[in-house]
Design a protein around this ligand. Structure first.
Ligand SMILES: Cc1ncc(COP(=O)(O)O)c(C=O)c1O
Length: 460
C-alpha cells in the first residue's frame, strides 16, 4: 500500500539522513535553541518531561473521540477510552476527588465551561480583578465572555497588595453572586480557600477554585489546598503541574453535597455545549504528568519552586527593586516600577529579553500606566527550578535583572505623548537587540542557561 506521505523523523529533520525541507522544523529547532540559551521567568511556563513530550507527539492525535469513555460518537475508541479513564483515575487519586474532566482544551475554555454549567446568561459571578492579579476569565468586563455574558462583580487588593476577605464577604453579601471564583494569575500571595468557602456557603453560591498557577504547590503542601472548601476546582495542566497544554475540571465531595448534579452539568458544558472531540494525545500526556506529580520527587520540586521564589524575591529587593506586597508566598512575584519608571515595564521586559532573560510586563495594583504600558514585571520560578537552578542562580539572575532595569531606566524615557509611543517602541525594540552592554550580559546568561538541561528534540 502506498502512503500519501513520507515519514520524517526528528533526526532526519535535523539534517541527518533525508532532510525535510519544511521550514517549520528549522523554526522548531530555533525555538529550542532560544529556550536552551535563555532564562525563562514567565510564571506560567514550564519544561515537560520526555514522556509527556512523547505522548504529545504520538498517533493519538489521529483519532476522533467525541463524547466520553463508553459513550462515544465514533467507533474505534476502545484504547482511547482506556487512556481517558486512566487519566481520570490518576487525577482522582492524586487530588482525592470523585469527578474529573480532562477534556477542556485549555484553561480559558475550562473556565467558560464551569461558568456556562453553573450560570444562566446575566446571572452574577464574582472574581479577582485583572489589575489585582486575577484572570481575564474571572469576569473581566467588556472584552471577555465572562464579563459580557454574565453580570460580573470584581474584588481587588488593598494597599498592602493583599485580598481583604472582609471586603470580599461584604461585596458577596451585597451582590449575592451565584458563582464565586478564587484564583490568581499575577497575585503573589496565598489564597485563603477556607474563607472563600465559608463566604460561598453563607450566600449559597458555588465556589470555583482556579488553581492553575499553584497546582504544583498545592500537591507539595506549599499552598493551602482548596479541595475541602471549593465545589469545583479547575487547573491548567501546563504550569506548575508540568504537563501538556490543557486543563482539568474537578468536582469535589463538597460540591456534590451542594449539588448532586454538578459533575453532569460540567460534563455537558464541556461536551457538547462548548467543545467537540477531545485532544487524545493531550489526555495521555496529562495522565503521564499525573503519575509524575504523584511521586516524592514532585513534592521536592514544589518545595524548591518556593525556596527559589523566596531567594529571588529577597535578592531583587537587595538590588533595590520594589515588589508588590514586599514579597511572595507562591512561585511568582511582581516587580513594581510604578514609582521609579511608571508605564515602562514593557521596555524593561524587552531589554531583559535582549539580555537573555524573558519575563512579562504586567499591571500592578493602582496602576499609574495602562495594560499596554504597565508598571509591573511578573517573574516566576517553576521553569528555572525544573531546569535544576538553585539559590546561587537566583541571586545571579536578580543581579542581572537589577543591572538591566537600572540601565533601561537611566537611558530610556517613555514619551508622554501616546501617539508617539508606538513608533518609539518599535525603534526601541530594533535598537535594543544591538546594545553592546545587553549583548555582553546575554553571553553570560547563555553560558549559565546552557549548563542546565532543557527539552531535547531527540526525546520525540
Ligand atoms: C488562573 C488562570 N486561569 C486560567 C488561565 C487560562 O489558561 P489558558 O491560557 O490555558 O487558556 C490562566 C492562564 O494564564 C490562569 O492563570
Amino acid at each position: 500500500m502506498k502512503l500519501g506521505y513520507k515519514y520524517i523523523s526528528w533526526h532526519e529533520s535535523r539534517g541527518k539522513g533525508s532532510v525535510s525541507k519544511d521550514k517549520i522544523f528549522n523554526l522548531i529547532l530555533q525555538e529550542n535553541r532560544r529556550q536552551k540559551h535563555k532564562i525563562g521567568l514567565i510564571a506560567s511556563e514550564n519544561n515537560v518531561s520526555p514522556n509527556v513530550a512523547r505522548a504529545l507527539g504520538s498517533c493519538l492525535t489521529n483519532k476522533y473521540a467525541e463524547g466520553y469513555p463508553g459513550a462515544r460518537y465514533y467507533e474505534g475508541n476502545q484504547v482511547i477510552d482506556e487512556i481517558e479513564r486512566e487519566a481520570q483515575n490518576r487525577l482522582k487519586k492524586l487530588f482525592g476527588v470523585p469527578y474529573v474532566n480532562v477534556q477542556p482544551y485549555s484553561g480559558s475554555p475550562a473556565n467558560s465551561a464551569v461558568e456556562f454549567a453553573l450560570l444562566e446568561n446575566g446571572q452574577t459571578l464574582m472574581g479577582l480583578a485583572l489589575s489585582s492579579g486575577g484572570h481575564l476569565t474571572h469576569g473581566h468586563p467588556k472584552v471577555t465572555f465572562s464579563g459580557r455574558f454574565f453580570n460580573s462583580v470584581q474584588y481587588g487588593v488593598g494597599g498592602d497588595g493583599r485580598i481583604d476577605m472582609d471586603q470580599v464577604r461584604q461585596l458577596a453579601l451585597m451582590h449575592r453572586p451565584k458563582l464565586l471564583i478564587a484564583g490568581n494569575t499575577a497575585y503573589p500571595f496565598q489564597l485563603d480557600f477556607k474563607a472563600f468557602g465559608e463566604i460561598a456557603d453563607e450566600i449559597g453560591a458555588y465556589l470555583l477554585a482556579d488553581i492553575s498557577h499553584v497546582t504544583g504547590l498545592v500537591i507539595a503542601g506549599e499552598h493551602p489546598s482548596p479541595f475541602a472548601y471549593a465545589d469545583v476546582v479547575m487547573s491548567t495542566t501546563h504550569k506548575t503541574f508540568r504537563g501538556p497544554r490543557g486543563a482539568m475540571i474537578m468536582v469535589t465531595d463538597h460540591g456534590l453535597q451542594k449539588d448532586p448534579k454538578l459533575s453532569d452539568k460540567i460534563a455537558k458544558a464541556v461536551f457538547p455545549a462548548l467543545q467537540g472531540g477531545p485532544h487524545n494525545a493531550t489526555t495521555a500526556a496529562i495522565a503521564i504528568a499525573a503519575a509524575e506529580a504523584s511521586g516524592v520527587k514532585f513534592k521536592k520540586y514544589g518545595h524548591k519552586i518556593r525556596k527559589n521564589a523566596d531567594t529571588l524575591a529577597q535578592a531583587l529587593q537587595n538590588e533595590g527593586l520594589k515588589l508588590v506586597g514586599d514579597g511572595t508566598q507562591t512561585h511568582l512575584m511582581l516587580v513594581d516600577f510604578s514609582a521609579s519608571a511608571p508605564g515602562m515595564a514593557g521596555l524593561i521586559a524587552r531589554a531583559l529579553d535582549a539580555a537573555g532573560i524573558y519575563a512579562n510586563k504586567n499591571t500592578v495594583p493602582g496602576e499609574p500606566g495602562s495594560p499596554v504600558y504597565p508598571s509591573g514585571l511578573r517573574l516566576g520560578t517553576p521553569l528555572v527550578t525544573t531546569r535544576g537552578m538553585g539559590a546561587a542562580e537566583m541571586r545571579q539572575i536578580a543581579a542581572w535583572i537589577g543591572q538591566v532595569s537600572r540601565y533601561t531606566i537611566q537611558n530610556v524615557q517613555l514619551p508622554a505623548d501616546r501617539a508617539q509611543r508606538k513608533y518609539f517602541q518599535g525603534e526601541f525594540a530594533r535598537q535594543i537587540v544591538q546594545d553592546k552592554q545587553l549583548l555582553a550580559i546575554a553571553k553570560q546568561v547563555s553560558q549559565l542557561a546552557g549548563s542546565f538541561p532543557i527539552f531535547d528534540p531527540a526525546w520525540l
